[in-house]
Design a protein around this ligand. Structure first.
Ligand code: NAD
Ligand code: GLY
Length: 362
């Protein structure tokens, strides 16, 4: 399969698209560094299924391997879990030439990346994303981090991996709810940047949901290409990259206020509903475009509303979003399907509240 090169200002690195783990050791050799040891960071679900295969692939290096496992779930994407990794790594004897390997979904990748960025002031790491969401989004582009007191990704670092190794067949063990949730970030890429991709996704619902691997591979590569086009131009989110947060301003607040009862991709879907409504109320998109977008979310079994939250709580929480500048909320706004920009104008509280009202249900 073809690879894709990410070329950010700070680092260039390949994404490998594969159908098994047999090319992993060759890929690591390709980094061309003599690693002293390997630290595999994984969660309790993924580790059980895949860590043995990874250990087997690392045997050729004849170096010590530490497998450090945390309890799966966003609620554990916190400093305490990272402290556990630091402790395990110190006891194991990790040094500046150790390689951290993130094996899992976006929670694992974000935490392993942050651990690598901060341990001994920064050691190398690679991403082996195993959820759809992590294969199409979180493993690419170097955002790493954790939640703090429930605030999403509020602590973190931009820190690029040495490579991303995607084995699409790991999706065969992914629970359906997680597959659907991953589709929210996939659809996001079509909504904000590429109408051809949007049309492809519109025509591929059955194939994607039935795990047709040929379709999945095309889709994952296409999403990575879209993300590459953005992060190559704006690695540290000085502008353009903000459009990748389409729906996330609403979504992150919902995720926090629901205390992680809904998973990230579901909150992003509800948040994208909010972002579609906002663009419609600002007369940027027509009712037809709004309804088409929402139909796409429904087709991929994604939620549009959240139960039991209060409009003012969501509104007030949104000001903790990282895009907020001088206390002004900044939104990724659609101009049409496939076209978006970051808001520069002040958007009135009334309009935002009107959108929130349509996202909440009793
Ligand atoms: P996750 O890592 O919690 O994975 C979802 C669930 O699927 C977990 O229970 C996990 O154990 C399980 N799982 C993963 N792969 C599996 C497999 N192959 N087989 C069986 N089970 C598997 O969550 P996620 O949805 O992958 O990622 C969400 C996180 O990513 C959020 O914390 C979000 O903030 C972050 N994120 C980061 C970026 C970024 O650019 N860094 C971008 C988008 C999202
Ligand atoms: N998921 C948003 C970004 O990577 O910038």
């Amino acid at each position: 399969m073809n690879n894709l090169m990410i070329n950010t200002a700070s680092k260039s690195y390949p994404i490998y698209f594969t159908q098994d783990f047999s090319g992993l050791s060759k890929a690591i050799k390709g980094i061309n560094k003599d690693y002293s040891s390997f630290i595999v960071i994984t969660d309790s679900n993924v580790g059980t299924i895949y860590s043995k295969q990874i250990i087997k692939e690392l045997q050729v290096f004849e170096k010590n391997v530490l497998i450090t496992v945390f309890d799966a779930g966003e609620e554990n994407k916190i400093l305490e879990t990272i402290s556990g990794f630091y402790q395990d790594m110190i006891e194991f004897g990790a040094d500046r030439k150790s390689l951290v390997i993130a094996l899992g979904g976006g929670v694992t990748g974000d935490m392993a990346g942050f651990t690598a960025a901060t341990f001994m002031r920064g050691i190398d790491f690679i991403q082996i994303p195993t959820s759809l969401l992590s294969q199409v989004d979180s493993s690419v582009g170097g955002k790493t981090g954790i939640d703090f007191n429930g605030y999403k990704n509020i602590i973190g670092a931009f820190y690029q991996p040495e490579l991303v190794y995607i084995n699409v067949f790991t999706l065969s063990t992914l629970p359906n709810r997680e597959l659907y949730a991953g589709m929210s970030e996939v659809l996001k890429h079509g909504f904000i940047r590429d109408i051809s991709y949007y049309n492809f996704l519109k025509n591929s619902v059955d194939k994607v949901l039935n795990l047709d691997f040929k379709t999945l591979i095309t889709m994952i590569k296409w999403s990575c290409q879209i993300k590459k086009d953005v992060v190559d131009q704006d690695e540290k989110e000085q502008g353009l990259r903000g459009i990748l947060n389409f729906g996330h301003t609403f979504g992150h607040s919902i995720e926090r206020l629901k205390n992680f009862e809904l998973i990230h991709g579901e909150c992003v879907s509800i948040g994208m509903h909010g972002a579609f409504l906002l663009a419609n109320k600002l007369k940027l998109i027509t009712d037809t475009t709004l309804n088409d977008g929402l139909d796409m979310l429904r087709a991929y079994h994604l939620p549009l509303q959240v139960r039991g939250l209060n409009r003012d709580d969501i509104y007030n929480d949104m000001f903790h979003d990282k895009k907020t500048i001088h206390k002004r909320l900044v939104f990724a706004l659609l101009d049409d399907i496939g076209k978006s920009h970051l808001s520069t104008q002040l958007i009135s509280k009334d309009i935002i509240l009107e959108c929130i009202d349509e996202l909440i249900t009793l």
